[in-house]
Design a protein around this ligand. Structure first.
Ligand SMILES: CC1=C(CCC(=O)O)c2cc3nc(cc4[nH]c(cc5[nH]c(cc1n2)c(C)c5CCC(=O)O)c(CCC(=O)O)c4C)C(CCC(=O)O)=C3C
Ligand SMILES: [Fe+2]
Length: 375
């Protein structure tokens, strides 16, 4: 059926969508203050901060993440308009302008009272979910202090296993395989990557029931990786071996974080005789700095040193299928809030994630107020 004949999407009771992201520097002068925002009170060693600052300076002090969020905003607005979803879309970041608090102030001044949040993080974990909810609570508290009306803010369920997030990545993995020299392509290993986090944070991520070591964070990534690997097998007729590995480790060296690191993994695969590797950063929503530096620069240099052919798969970014998935998630959540029956779309074995984070989900080291959840 042509788009124009689709029934308009009903977002009631919501009157605004908030795109909530990490933020990144937009020039050399922004780099140090940005890193100070990110790491305030988080105990990151000075050496690590200098190193990460160097990554940004290598790219002119500009993180790709803001341009990518602007593209996603355009894609969302275009999709919503096409499908009769009349919902204004706002954008705010945790760590750089446009800052979340400023955006929520505008949301409140524009008269919106029920806000649904799309975070640019698809999985459970303290860093990927609760920390965003803490920032929402801080911003709402600031509005209350200023005597502004405080909107009620909800957050969309984790979309890691939504087809609109997963299927574009099947295509990017196929495209990466096609970039490899023909004689090593069928033997290629797929290294699915995500952000390393402390093992203690992984083990307590999500509602922990039903998940083993690594908690919901690792289980969700393994589920997505298995779905993509199976779809690639169906498309190519080749059963590519794969593994979930980690990147972008931070923190003090004596604290255990998820391993193996992608660079160590490339060495191990090379030593085992693997002829080529596709790196697929399923843990991220766009090709931001963790992808451009940690994979395209650092891991690519490691592969070159080993003489190991590698190709990197793209993230979902502003893919129209992802924008459509967001619209579906908005419609789904709005219907649920209205008490109507809803069909929840999800691939893989885990099923759709909860709408509202339960009490104690992805706990912080030091408890702090968090919005958009049961606690
Ligand atoms: C799970 C996760 C995601 C994925 C979910 C999501 O997307 O939210 C993510 C995304 C991102 N992380 C980013 C940047 C940074 N993360 C850092 C530090 C940390 N990340 C952590 C975890 C995650 N991070 C953790 C446990 C730390 C240690 C400190 C702490 O416990 O808070 C630091 C400090 C320096 C360093 O140590 O690396 C920086 C600069 C950018 C922006 C990139 C750009 O500019 O393009 C993005 C999208
Ligand atoms: Fe990070």
């Amino acid at each position: 059926m042509p788009d124009a004949l689709d029934a308009p999407v009903d977002a009631t009771p919501y009157d605004a969508l908030l795109l909530l992201s990490f933020g990144g520097p937009e020039g050399p002068d922004d780099v140090v203050p940005f890193l100070e925002n990110v790491t305030a009170g988080r105990g990151i060693p000075r050496e690590r901060l200098k190193e990460v600052g160097r990554h940004y300076f290598l790219f002119g002090g500009v993180s790709p993440i803001n341009a990518q969020n602007r593209e996603l905003l355009d894609a969302l607005r275009e999709d919503f308009a096409k499908h009769g979803l009349d919902l204004p879309v706002y954008w705010g970041n945790r760590n750089w302008a446009p800052y979340l608090t400023d955006t929520l102030r505008a949301v409140a001044r524009d008269g919106h009272r029920r806000v649904l949040t799309l975070a640019t993080s698809a999985y459970a974990s303290y860093s990927g979910c609760r920390q965003y909810r803490e920032n929402l609570a801080d911003a709402l508290a600031a509005l209350a202090d200023e005597g502004l009306p405080v909107p009620r803010v909800d957050k969309l369920r984790h979309y890691f296993n939504h087809p609109g997030f997963v299927l574009p990545m099947v295509d990017t993995v196929l495209a990466a395989l096609a970039e490899l020299p023909a004689d090593v392509r069928d033997g290629a290993h797929i290294a699915f990557t995500t952000h390393s986090i402390p093992t203690s944070a992984a083990d307590t991520s999500g509602p922990v029931e039903g998940h083993g070591d690594g908690g919901a964070y690792v289980a969700e990534h393994l589920d997505v990786a298995a779905v993509i690997a199976e779809a690639v097998r169906e498309a190519t007729g080749v059963d590519h071996p794969w593994k979930l590995v980690y990147q972008s480790r931070s923190g003090a060296p004596h604290i255990p974080w998820l391993e193996p690191d992608i660079c160590d993994h490339l060495e191990a695969e090379h030593a085992a005789g693997t002829p080529a590797v596709v790196m697929a950063p399923i843990g991220f929503v766009s090709d931001h700095m963790e992808v451009k530096y940690d994979l395209d620069t650092e891991a690519a240099a490691k592969a070159a040193e080993l003489g190991l052919p590698v190709a990197r798969a793209g993230t979902v970014g502003a893919d129209p299928r992802f924008a459509a998935a967001v619209r579906e998630l908005v419609a789904e959540r709005a219907a649920a809030e209205r008490g109507e029956p809803v069909a929840r779309c999800a691939l893989g074995a885990l099923g759709p994630s909860h709408d509202v984070c339960p009490v104690g989900c992805c706990p912080a080291r030091t408890p702090r107020p968090a919005a958009a959840g049961r606690d």
